[in-house]
Each structure stands twice: as structure tokens, then as C-alpha cells.
Design a protein around this ligand. Sequence first.
Ligand code: PGA
Length: 261
Amino acid sequence: MRRYLVAGNWKLNLGPAAGLVLASGVRDRLASLDSLASAEPGCDVLVCPPYVTIPAVREVADGHPLLLGAQTCADHESGAFTGEISAAMLAEVGCSHVIVGHSERRQYQRESDDQFVRKIDLAHAAGLTAIFCYGELLDERQAGRAETVVRDQITGVLPRLASVTAENTLLAYEPVWAIGTGETATPEIAQAMHAHSRTVVGELLGGELAADIRILYGGSCKPTNARELFALPDVDGGLIGGASLDAESFVGIVEAAVALV
Ligand code: PGA
């Protein structure tokens, strides 16, 4: 059975002091959810702060059911790449996950499939689980191309990786028109796109992986719509932006997942 994952992507928000406050609030609220402390929690909870906030969050997360991740990593192992942070460095500071291919990195940093492949391979080599994001733009959906775009984004990366397992890789379908806009994919769209993603993974890498790999939904997910989305057969949790910046709303989304376990 696929376990839920609720992941917070803090983006360019919260330095160490403010991050510590939010992470403490999340940790304390999670403590009241008994099922998260069990041996088989049914839902993983992850926060991805800015790099410099990671050590502060680690202080409050250590020993609690709160995983730590980063929002991206370098596509090189080491060397003269000013400003970059490697996957191995992230593992060293306590990260278990890293987001790769977020639409904001595609748009503002012009990151490419080749880079995603290198980043994910390096993440895996460092022992990290990669969360690979993809999703169509509004005009691509309006032109009836959403399924083709998603197929191309998955095909451009997954089969080229040195290794893909349901443990070392998660997918995150994030329709770009729903990110930070307050507009959420309808349950019909989310289910159709997640099922389509799973079909594409099956064609490329086999039915076993397709059945086991977790696919998160991202795009204006909040406590009020999380349950409806997470109840869909092919949705295995969420990648949460705006609503992860408030402890109550983030844990409200975790509660939606826990209620379905
Ligand atoms: P949002 O962001 O929840 O603010 O729409 C989601 C994401 O970018 O991962």
C-alpha cells in the first residue's frame, strides 16, 4: 500500500528564526496525531525550508515524525559552481528528500531535463529521495495538450535515471495554473492526470513501479480541499506551498491524509 506524504515547500520564505517558530508549531500539533507516532504511520510529513533554515528546523524536528528536505540541489557533485549546494551536503545536514523540477525552477532558472536527470541521480547517490515535479501551463491545458506535456516531462527524465524505485523517487503533479493562484484542479482533473502519469510510468518502467510510486498533487491545496483530493485513487498526498507557511493549515492538511488511512 502507498503511504501518504504531505510535504511543505516553503519557497523563499522564513529564515532560521521564523522557520524555527513554524517548525515548532508543526511539530507540536503533529504530536497530538497519535497515528503518526505508530510504527506504520500511513502518512509521512516533510518540510522543505530554504537552505539556511534547514539546521534550525532540524533542531526541532529531530526525534519527531517530521522529515526534512530541500527545494533543489546542484546538478554537480562539487567544484567551481558558485552559489550551489550539493545533494551530499543536504544529506549531511539531515535532509532525506529534495524537490527537483519545480515549475518555478523551470520558469525562472530555465532548468532542463538534462539537469533534472543529473540532480536526481546525485540525490539518489547521496541517499536522498527525489520529488520530481511536472505539470502543464494554462495555455497548454486550454489547447488540449495537458496529457502530452505531462507525458513528455516524465519521459524526458525518468527512463534516463540510473535507478528509479518507489523508495528513492516520488512524483508531484503540479498544474502550473493552480500553483499559488488559489485555483485548484478539480478532483476529476487531478485524478485523470494522476492516472495518466501512472500509465506513462508503467509504459516506461513497468507496471510494478507504476503501482507503487507515490504521486503527490500540488497547486493551492488547503485544509478545505485536501481530503477530497487525497481520497482520489491515484493521489498519494500533496506538495503544499502557501498553506505550508501556517502551522494550523499545514497540519490541517496532514489531518486530512491521516483521516483517510
Ligand atoms: P501552492 O504551491 O500550494 O502555493 O499553490 C504549491 C507548490 O508550488 O508546490
